[in-house]
Design a protein around this ligand. Structure first.
Ligand code: ADP
Ligand code: MG
Ligand code: ZN
Length: 615
């Protein structure tokens, strides 16, 4: 489409140029506008009267210049010369001698051009336009014919080479992959002992944990050609090209052996076959089959290793995971605190930093951040520093960016009324107070009524230490904290705002999970409902009921019981400590944001002990 517009514009430009040249030409030939036309008789009379200075003969055309400077045109007969003609009109020799008669060369370049140009130029313009159109059509056709070819990216340049040094943490993953690199470098060592060569390595991990980065690092370490393709590129645009693209990719890689093929986001084609009803899924299956066939077709000693990445190992076809295919699985986890520190350090290098920058503190404050989030955080901090016209990135810039990465940018400009500000302040004060009073809740890091992203305000709670498991009492505390905002609003204003909607939704989900997935209710340790993902006109989660109507009612009861219990606990805290709630809310209205220290100073000033309530 773009190309079309471009050639259209070019054609238009050519047309304009042509018409411009024409108009120039026309102006040029008739320079003195509308010269007087004389008959031969008039001309003869003027010559006799001595009014004529020169006559220029061009074929039968006469260009006449008068003594007074004005010019005229005239015509003579074709057969006779001008002098003869004038004589026959009775011009005397003396008068004729006073006139400068000259003959212009008719066969000159200018003459021919004046004849040819009017026909030649448009023809030329047409030819150029046709050429442009054909050229475009040709490239379009080429594109159509190259659909079967795979659009492989080859990383082997030194410019953006990535090595294991650029990947922080992920120790086990790196060890596993070092073996792969070793194999590519010294295949003989493994083959002599009779070991089978690893064929496929599957990198599994949540988004942003560095799967793509790690694959590129393997390429950088082993110094072999690295063919990188995203699985969705197999199936784009036309049906029927996926399989041939796979063939093409594997052929190219085999020719370049030793080499690495990296198929990113393989779940796009590697989904369980036969599952889902979505259109175009035949294409996906053919592509997947072709990948399986190609991987089986490797010789025992062919030095091609296939790597793939996914964040959905659960939906991959089991045939992909069989030995001989992606038999090695490398798990990439969300980084823990030490890894986060390392990742931060990697991304901080190359930036101008204040000397007080402490990556550890930032790592403490960013549980749950992936590598990509941390990279983004450092970049946001640098942008913030630049916006504030600082010479270097300060620690505070990084800390301020954490919330932006977590919750979206601040929206200070959003106008809110005094009443709304009060409601928001009490809502957040409610969350914070309940969190502070429960032993099993995470400590409050920050309370704010500045709206961020979609939230009107926020209360930031952070665990004291890394957590991989969560207990029932923690869940209950979290539920109570979630209800803190709602309870504060109802207690203080006797009314409910829409500001609690997302709290209520997440609390309900949490309570449901506790009952149906974690076995934390009186119904005992079993799961209820089989969840599976369907591929039908997009993604859809469907939950199959695997329990009776009667049990369904009991589940509802259990969920409601959790909600009631924690709601009561929250209410209890808010009502009993109304003074503290008022104080927090008022400080929030005044300052808008409370840091951890300021917040706990208020709690302590009321002599409240954050161990009090146990649910
Ligand atoms: P994905 O797992 O989704 O493929 P990427 O490999 O694309 O994630 O990671 C995105 C970015 O996050 C990387 O380009 C890198 O800047 C950063 N990153 C992620 N993990 C790490 C890590 N362990 N060490 C350093 N940077 C990382
Ligand atoms: Mg990726
Ligand atoms: Zn809330």
């Amino acid at each position: 489409m773009n190309k079309f517009v471009r050639s259209f514009l070019i054609a238009l430009a050519i047309l304009f140029t042509v018409s411009f040249v024409f108009s120039l030409f026309a102006n040029f030939s008739g320079s003195n506008s509308n010269p007087q036309a004389l008959s031969i008789g008039e001309l003869a009379a003027d010559v006799n009267a001595g009014k004529i200075k020169t006559i220029v003969v061009n074929g039968n055309d006469l260009k006449v210049t008068m003594m007074n400077g004005s010019s005229a045109i005239s015509q003579k007969e074709a057969e006779t010369g001008i002098v003869e003609t004038l004589r026959s009109f009775g011009v005397s020799s003396t008068s004729l001698a006073a006139v400068n008669v000259s003959v212009e060369n008719q066969s000159g370049f200018g003459y021919w051009m004046s004849l040819l140009l009017p026909t030649l130029l448009p023809t030329l313009a047409m030819l150029v336009i046709f050429w442009l159109i054909f050229r475009q059509a040709k490239s379009g056709a080429n594109q159509a014919f190259s659909f079967g070819k795979v659009n492989i990216r080859l990383f082997s340049s030194d410019k953006d080479k990535v090595t294991f040094q650029d990947v922080a943490g992920l120790k086990e993953a790196k060890e596993e992959l070092t073996e792969v690199v070793d194999f590519l470098k010294h295949p003989q060592k493994f083959l002599e002992i009779g070991a089978r060569i690893p064929r496929g390595v599957l990198l599994v991990g949540p988004p942003g944990t560095g799967k793509t980065l790690l694959a590129r690092a393997v390429a950088g370490e082993s110094n072999v050609p690295f063919f990188h393709i995203s699985a969705s590129e197999f199936v784009e645009m036309f049906v029927g090209v996926g399989a041939s693209r796979v063939r093409d990719l594997f052929q190219t890689a085999k020719k370049a052996a030793p080499s690495i093929i990296f198929i990113d986001e393989i779940d796009a084609v590697g989904r369980e076959r036969g599952a889902g009803l979505g259109g175009g899924h035949d294409e996906r299956e053919q592509t997947l089959n072709q990948i399986l066939v190609e991987m089986d077709g490797f010789d025992r000693d062919s030095n091609v290793i296939v790597m793939a990445a996914t964040n959905r190992p659960d939906i991959l076809d089991s045939a992909l995971l069989r030995p001989g295919r992606f038999d090695r699985r490398v798990i990439l986890d969300i980084p823990d605190i030490n890894d986060r520190e390392e990742i931060l350090k990697i991304h901080l290098t190359g930036k101008k930093l204040d000397k007080n920058i402490d990556a550890r503190t930032v790592a403490v404050r960013t549980p749950g951040f992936s590598g990509a989030d941390l990279a983004n955080l450092v970049n946001e901090a640098a942008i913030l520093a630049a916006r504030k016209n600082e010479k270097v990135v300060m620690q505070q810039d990084i800390l301020d960016s954490i919330e932006k990465v977590m919750l979206g940018p601040e929206r200070r400009s959003r106008a809110i009324s005094q009443k709304e500000k009060e409601v928001t302040a009490y809502h957040e004060a409610g969350h914070a107070l309940v969190a502070a009073m429960l032993k099993d809740a995470d400590p409050v890091h920050k309370v704010s009524i500045i709206s961020r992203g979609l939230a009107g305000g926020y209360t930031l709670k952070l665990p004291l230490e890394e957590r991989h498991l969560r207990t029932k009492s923690q869940f209950l505390a979290d539920l109570a904290v979630a209800f803190g905002g709602y309870v504060a609003e109802t207690t203080v204003f006797g009314d409910v705002s829409t500001g609690s909607s997302s709290d209520i939704r997440s609390a309900t989900e949490m309570a449901k999970d506790m009952v149906t997935n974690y076995g934390m209710s009186d119904l005992g340790p079993r799961t209820f409902g089989k969840t599976e993902e369907m591929v039908f006109l997009g993604r859809e989660i469907s939950t199959e009921k695997d329990y009776s109507e009667e049990v369904g009612n009991k589940i509802d009861e259990a969920v409601n019981a959790f909600i009631k219990k924690t709601l009561d606990a929250a209410k209890n805290i808010v009502v009993k400590n109304r003074n503290a709630l008022d104080k927090i809310a008022h400080v929030l209205i005044e300052k808008e944001t409370l840091e951890r220290e300021e917040f706990y100073a208020i709690i302590e000033s009321f002599h409240l002990k954050p161990v009090a309530v146990k649910i």
